[in-house]
Design a binder for this molecule. Sequence first.
Ligand code: JHZ
Ligand code: ZN
Length: 404
Amino acid sequence: MPSCRICGGVVSELLDLGRQPSANRFLARADIAREFMFRLAIGMCHSCTMVQLIEDVPEEIRYHDGYRYRASGSATHRRHFARVARELLATELAGPNPFIVEIGCNDGVMLETIARAGVRHLGVDPAKEVTELARERGVNVLDAFFGDSVAEGIRAEHGSADVIFGANTVCHIAYQDSLLRGVDTLLGPDGVFVFEEPYLGTVISQMAFDQIYDEHVYYFTARSVQQMAQRYGFELVDVGRSPLHGGEIRYTLTRPGRRRPSPAVGELLADERHRGLADPVTFQRFADAVAKIRDDLLTLLRDLRDRGSTVVGYGAPGKTATVTNYCGIGPELVPFVVDSTPAKQGLLVPGSHLPVRPPQAFTTANPDYALLFAWNHADEIMAKEQAFSRRGKWIRYVPDVRVG
Ligand code: JHZ
Ligand code: ZN
């Protein structure tokens, strides 16, 4: 039995999505023979309820100089993080000479607004090609994996932080002990540690099994985050909803007793109990629904191919690797996908090896169907692709397979 990375408790397996690559390791054809693969499966800890990967992938394989994800890749993300930054500037960073550290700042989508306001800040991120973009936006970056020793170095140089922030980063870090010790070292006595991350409740309610991939080591709930916070000497004092990736939760941690917890914490905990987010039956239903999605999607794509219809994939988010590799969708069913990220174009989706092309290829191919991998950006994409929507059909696969 594997043991919990947070508390050492027993973890039992909930869902196995098979042999999978590292979801953002887009690759050239020449590198196929050397591709890294692992068993993608999640389980839940019997004691602290943390849902987590059974096997994890070393950080250096996930976050490296060629890391392809760009957090600024959609207008929705850019707007959202500008708003988050403005809120922090108006609240936690409103005192004298404030300092904020972001763990995993990516291309500076959030810190850019902070930098422009002239507020002391530092992004910590190991992926050099992407942090170069942050530097071009005037953001200060330290190329490193955040942990206790890095936190000590930052504190020695800049003093303690009023805010430590992370978005789609904290659940990616397997070593929460070093991470939270680092937060303990760096955070001022009244500081806040704020992070917004994919939510297990959304994965379950939207059947978003494609949110499960190597980068997401943990699948947080208010309950599991509260227990983890306590274990490392923090208190969960607030939770809020963020609209990204189908609905995430933003958690706020402080040192114990510093702030009165907001009623939202108790409400979310009650909602999670009511929804059975720590009950094995919930996961059995989820696993059955996921298997049905795989069968329905494969049947549909094979039928379309046999009828001579053309299908192109739309968007190559990290999620594409999970769904294509789990379902067994290769270029014979979906000849290519289009994605607006220049760093992904010309490469192959990890594992399933669908070629990634620029968005213009979508218009040129004029397909009968578009398989929407970037489903969390549907509004933005529909607004852009009205001409296609008038003649072609979209295929969606979460929460179930639909054509329309
Ligand atoms: P998007 C990332 O997940 C990776 P991903 C990471 N591990 C994480 O945790 C989550 O974020 C939260 C493209 N696109 O944002 C751009 C178009 O082509 O869902 C992106 O490649 N045309 C850090 O990878 C992809 O879709 C468009 O019009 O699932 C979306 O990726 C738009 C709007 C997007 O992140
Ligand atoms: Zn545990």
